[in-house]
Ligand binder design. Structure first.
Ligand code: ZN
Ligand code: ZN
Length: 132
């Protein structure tokens, strides 16, 4: 992955001693998390978010489509935000890319990838157990 120049500058200004691999990874993870912070704090997003929530009546869209009335909790970006698209308002502020979700639906969206499972056969071969 490539580092933004600003990240590199910060990294270089820390040059007290070489970073260990762990420190470098921690730094990169933090940088990745921080990239959207300014966006989430921006007036444009706050306005867009509030108007969108109002437009869907404040309810979780996925639950509603299953006939359940559940208050929403977070405006989710269907196309996830990345350092590459964070400046692209046709993604970040586009209602077509937004979905108002409750806690559960949002967790399912981001953390529902089924773990890949294997089993070891009696002859020592490894077999992939396809997810149900
Ligand atoms: Zn829901
Ligand atoms: Zn999300």
């Amino acid at each position: 992955m490539s580092l933004a120049p600003t990240s590199l500058n910060i990294l270089c200004s820390l040059k007290l001693r070489p970073l260990t691999l762990l420190e470098l990874v921690a730094f990169l993870v933090q940088t990745m998390k921080d990239f959207a912070k300014a966006f989430y704090k921006s007036k444009e997003w706050q306005k867009c978010r509030a108007a969108y929530i109002k437009s869907v009546g404040g309810l979780c869209e996925r639950c509603l489509s299953r006939g359940m009335i559940v208050p929403g909790y977070i405006v989710h970006h269907k196309c996830y935000l990345t350092p590459e698209n964070i400046q692209d308002t046709s993604i970040t502020l586009n209602w077509d890319n937004l979905e108002y979700l409750c806690h559960d639906c949002h967790n399912n969206e981001h953390f529902s990838e089924k773990p890949i499972r294997y089993r070891i056969l009696s002859d020592g071969r490894v077999e992939l157990i396809s997810p149900p």
